[in-house]
Design a protein around this ligand. Structure first.
Ligand SMILES: NC(=O)c1ccc[n+]([C@@H]2O[C@H](COP(=O)([O-])OP(=O)(O)OC[C@H]3O[C@@H](n4cnc5c(N)ncnc54)[C@H](O)[C@@H]3O)[C@@H](O)[C@H]2O)c1
Length: 361
């Protein structure tokens, strides 16, 4: 499928995106808006200040509802009124560290919130394609080198990972119990990705936002686990994966009920590698390494994405250097041109699509 066809595929379609005020959700909402889709975003709040969603002034471009997905009555009403063609479920309490201080909120949002989305899908009045976002942290982390495959055991241990494993199991259960029917209305698939970087993230306790917060004040950032490795990848590569999955799922019902990993081809990089790479594009930045760990976070995570490559023909367009370059360029632009973020984020999407076009042609 030609990348240009993405636009025609979604033009005029009704797309419901949960978590649209968050990091990934704001990029997906912007991309879908550019495709000419009718987007309804559902989130409980605008979770950060600054916020990519606010900088883009997306509330003037798409429909936006502040709604807690644990409130089934309001959620169902919004679903029925909007009657979506596509659902991308991204809303979550997405921070591992916060899941230790707020385990109940994490479980409620990530598990009960997901079950509520599934309940709404169960009432769908027309053919609806649903892409459910969980996480690489849903896998039982055996600290092994081989990449996790979709059939590996789901058994996160921290409250975030465990709530995502449980959400994943709930999705599978709804598929088998309600959506498997031959003439059913819902086509559903699960997407599991690893750590994402990109402009517009201000979440707490994530490496890039932590760095930007310090560097914008000309301070050194404190680094606690320089040797932790992660499958860093750019947010647009992952959003493209979700979009690609939704298109392929609509075209090929055999993908119904399946889970897909979206991870980079390359080896995992360490925190120190990403810092050194950022310094290439922003030489004045600096850091201090303080070796202390405040909470347990697994250090070795790697996804095997051969299934996405085979069935979705999904590829990452940006290598590690370009992923970091896109990210740093975005924040440097933001620091001097806060008012033009709609223009700059849109330009990054166009640049990304151009790179992707070249790669797939
Ligand atoms: N960013 C990553 O590196 C990463 C990695 C793997 C998986 N994920 C998953 O991708 C999805 C998006 O992640 P993100 O980085 O954009 O997260 P984010 O924290 O930036 O955004 C989360 C969004 O969910 C919304 N939300 C939270 N609780 C809610 C509730 N109870 N009701 C309605 N909305 C609620 C927030 O308002 C926000 O819009 C999440 O499901 C996350 O678990 C993210």
């Amino acid at each position: 499928m030609k990348i240009k066809k993405i636009k025609s595929h979604f033009k005029g379609k009704k797309i419901l995106i949960t978590g649209h005020t968050g990091f990934k959700g704001s990029w997906l909402s912007l991309w879908m808006h550019h495709c000419g889709a009718k987007v309804l975003g559902i989130s409980d709040s605008i979770p950060t200040k600054p916020s990519h969603f606010e900088l883009l002034k997306l509330n003037r471009k798409i429909s936006s509802k502040i709604l807690d997905i644990t409130d089934l009555t309001r959620l169902r009403k919004a679903f029925i009124e909007f009657n979506p063609d596509y659902v991308f479920h991204l809303a979550a309490q997405a921070i591992v560290k916060t899941s230790y201080s707020q385990p109940i909120r994490t479980w409620k949002t990530n598990l009960i919130g997901t079950v509520n989305i599934l309940e709404c899908l169960r009432m769908a009045k027309k053919k609806t394609v649903a892409i459910m976002i969980t996480s690489d942290k849903a896998y039982q982390n055996l600290e092994i080198k081989r990449g996790y495959k979709e059939k590996d055991i789901l058994k996160g241990t921290d409250p975030y990972g465990a709530s995502k494993s449980s959400a994943d199991i709930a999705i599978n259960s709804y598929y088998h119990s309600f959506f498997l029917k031959k003439k059913g209305k819902v086509l559903i698939a699960t997407a599991r990705a690893g750590n994402v970087i990109g402009g517009g993230d201000w979440s707490p306790d994530r490496i890039i936002p932590d760095c930007i917060r310090s560097w914008s004040k000309n301070k050194k950032v404190i680094i606690r686990s320089p040797n932790s490795t992660r499958p860093w990848q750019h947010v647009l590569d992952i959003i493209y994966g979700y979009v690609r999955l939704s298109i392929k799922l609509k075209q090929n019902p055999k993908l119904h009920g399946e889970a897909f990993n979206f991870g980079p081809d390359r080896k995992n990089f360490r925190v120190i590698d990403i810092l050194n790479k950022m310094k290439v594009y922003w030489p004045k930045i600096n850091w201090n390494i303080v070796k202390q760990k405040k909470f347990k976070e697994n250090t070795l995570l790697h996804l095997n994405s051969s299934k996405s490559k085979k069935f979705l023909q999904w590829r990452t367009a940006l290598n590690f250097s370009n992923s970091v370059k896109f990210t740093i360029e975005w924040y440097k632009y933001y620091l001097t041109n806060k008012k033009n973020i709609y223009y700059y984020s849109s330009k990054q999407i166009s640049r990304y699509v151009a790179i992707l076009e070249k790669k797939v042609s």
